[in-house]
Design a binder for this molecule. Structure first.
Ligand SMILES: *Cc1c(COP(=O)(O)O)cnc(C)c1O
Length: 366
């Protein structure tokens, strides 16, 4: 008997090639390749989808965080509290902005920042909390808004995994001073290369971000501030506008798959993370389970033809580059335990019903 083909974790072949190519061709025929009408149009539609006044297209998600920080005036001598359970880019962007990252622990049932740990990390130099809407979850936003306000610091959002996740009818990125999005190809909304955006309700932050991404230029030949080159290409913007029309459907597919997993996974050797606050508050960029025998589970699934990944096997403070990072004085034990036990199952729109069923069977036979 022929073995079933592997169930892949990511798959870019399910995008509509005809409409992608039509978008690319439109740009090539227009003759404008960088920061033109396609970028303006995408910024317009993305800000509308996020329910904010501005979106500023940049080269990638990490730049969106760095330029967002610089646009709100955070830099040298300022501390920004964030989580070690994230893509290294979150913490690296803080360093690149010239500020000092401080790492707080996570709540073990959500893998999101724990307010008690954040509280222990506060100092006179703390300027902001950078929330990461990890795996696509948004939670407790009114609490975080109060927390930031009562401590006189800014609330910032890393939305790279949470496109259009919302709480109380407000989309992520609209709660903080700015939200940073990545459109890396594997994200819920992905370009055909690198891309990112800063979203904000603040006119001053949007206009500073627009200068920062383009050499600190206000008008041609005028450079009031020191910027970088982090412009968004017209081709990526055109592809994003095209793919935006499929985002709602694709998010629904992720939610349906997650619902199947939530109701059908029942191995005594695995745990699920806490239920989302409601359907809108999780977009399942990743469906993460935990097991004390994570490595054996990953091997078991692989031998059944199921590809899995780990987000993340090494928390940021355990990376050599960040080993000097200041952390919660009580330690980051929940992050360490999570890093050793978490496993991401395939959960994306390319999966067929029968592939989802195969994942369920394979996990349940562990
Ligand atoms: C992907 C990601 C980033 C970085 O985005 P890039 O576009 O790859 O630079 C930042 N934060 C989180 C949480 C991410 O998942």
């Amino acid at each position: 008997m022929q073995a079933d083909p592997p169930v892949s974790f990511n798959d870019f072949t399910d995008f509509n090639r005809t409409t992608d190519i039509a978008a690319i061709e439109r740009v090539l025929r227009s003759g404008v390749l960088v920061l033109g009408k396609e970028v303006r149009d995408f910024e317009q539609s993305w800000s509308a989808r996020c329910g904010v006044r501005h979106a500023v297209g940049v080269a990638n998600g990490m730049d969106a965080i760095e330029l967002g920080l610089r646009a709100v005036g955070i830099g040298e001598g300022d501390e920004v509290i964030t989580t070690p359970m994230t893509a290294v880019a979150t913490v690296l962007a803080i360093v690149r902005a010239g500020a000092t990252p401080v790492l707080a622990d996570i709540d073990p049932v959500t893998a999101l920042l724990d307010p008690d740990s954040v509280d222990r990390c506060l100092t006179a130099r703390t300027k902001a909390i950078l929330l990461v809407h990890l795996y696509g979850q948004v939670r407790d936003m009114p609490m975080w808004v109060d927390f930031a306000q009562s401590n006189g610091i800014l609330l910032l959002e890393d939305c790279a995994q949470a496109h259009e996740a919302s709480s109380e009818g407000r989309v992520v990125g609209s709660w903080g001073e700015f939200g940073a999005y990545s459109f890396y190809p594997t994200k819920n909304l992905g370009a055909c290369g690198d891309a990112g955006a800063i979203v904000t309700n603040r006119d001053d932050v949007a206009s500073r971000a627009k200068m920062l991404r383009n050499y600190g230029q206000s008008n041609r030949y005028e450079h009031p501030i020191v910027g970088v080159n982090s412009r968004l290409d017209e081709i990526q913007a055109a592809v994003l506008s095209q793919r935006l029309s499929q985002l709602a459907y694709r998010t629904q597919r992720r939610r349906d798959i997650a619902q199947t997993y939530r109701s059908q996974l029942r191995s005594p050797r695995i745990h699920l993370l806490a239920e989302p606050e409601n359907e809108a508050s999780h977009v399942y960029h990743l469906f993460v389970i935990q097991s004390e025998d994570r490595d054996a589970l990953q091997q078991h699934l692989l031998s059944s033809g199921i590809q899995t990944l780990i987000h993340y096997p090494v928390p940021v403070h355990r990376q050599t580059a960040f080993s000097g990072c200041r952390i919660d004085p009580a330690g980051l034990i929940n992050s360490e335990v999570h890093a050793q036990s978490c496993l991401s199952l395939p959960c994306a729109p390319h999966l067929s019903e029968s592939e989802v069923a195969r994942v369920v069977r394979a996990v349940n036979s562990f």
